[in-house]
Design a protein around this ligand. Structure first.
Ligand code: PGA
Length: 252
């Protein structure tokens, strides 16, 4: 059984390098001795060189990567660049990139393949746009088929999937998450579909996390009733004390 995975996605925060260093050091130190979990922090790219030589056990991740290795792609960052800065994970296809930057499923698919090719772990975000639309199942399954096209069975067990219903992200939902029961339902479809794409054994090995207004008071419910193996955490990861509490409470 793989360890519980907690990923802090700082998004475009904090505002300065000093604040980023303080947040990183306080968080990394606070989760150092929590057993049974793997903690990954994903700061903005520009802060990575300053925190990469961490003496703590937290792992680092990028918030995005481009699908080419190098070349004339202004503003983009490749998986190998992230690797050279000590990253082992890369978030791919976050809903905010779809919403603000027009990222499509075929772009996300190319990114997943490029990240795996670099032996990094893609953290792939999948989820429906609207609450109670009635077609969440079809939406989620369609996204999975497109995003995992051409992913080899041999590398698939390294993939991490995040069920991230866009309507439950704290910026829009005012902190109201999906319920663990609702989540459990979707996770069941996701497992079924991963099984169809990669075969049942690999389908069961892939870690599925939940993302959307997770905090220290609801994380355990997601783990116990939501059927997930961890969480992708946005706003709660910007406060070291809250994130440390969240990591501690996630241990079942
Ligand atoms: P949130 O972000 O924890 O602030 O809701 C989660 C996400 O963006 O997936």
């Amino acid at each position: 059984m793989k360890k519980t995975l907690l990923i802090g996605n700082w998004k475009m925060n904090p505002r300065t390098l000093r604040e980023a260093m303080d947040l990183f050091n306080a968080t990394a130190k606070g989760v150092e001795n929590v057993k049974g979990t793997e903690v990954v922090l994903c700061p903005p790219f520009v802060f990575l060189p300053y925190i990469r030589k961490t003496k703590y056990r937290v792992r680092l991740g990028g918030q995005n990567a481009f699908w080419m290795k190098s070349g004339a792609f202004t503003g983009e960052v490749s998986p190998s660049m992230l690797r050279s800065l000590g990253c082992s994970y890369v978030i791919v296809g976050h809903s905010e990139r779809k919403k603000y930057l027009g990222e499509t499923l075929s772009m996300i698919n190319k990114k997943v393949l490029a990240v795996l090719d670099e032996k990094l772990i893609p953290v792939v975000c999948i989820g429906e746009r609207e609450k109670n639309s009635g077609n969440a199942r079809q939406e989620v399954l369609y996204q999975m088929e497109e995003i995992f096209d051409h992913v080899k069975i041999t590398s698939a067990s390294n993939v991490v999937v995040v069920y991230e219903p866009e309507w439950a992200i704290s910026t829009w939902s005012k902190g109201i998450s999906a319920t663990p029961e609702y989540t459990a339902n979707v996770i069941e479809w996701m497992r079924e579909s991963l099984g169809k794409i990669f075969g049942p054994r690999i389908g069961n090995e892939i870690r599925i996390l939940y993302g959307g207004s997770v905090n220290s008071t609801n994380v355990r419910d997601f783990m116990e009733k939501g059927g997930v193996q961890g969480a992708l955490v946005g706003s709660a990861s910007l406060h070291a004390k809250e994130f440390i509490r969240l990591v501690k409470h996630s241990v079942i």
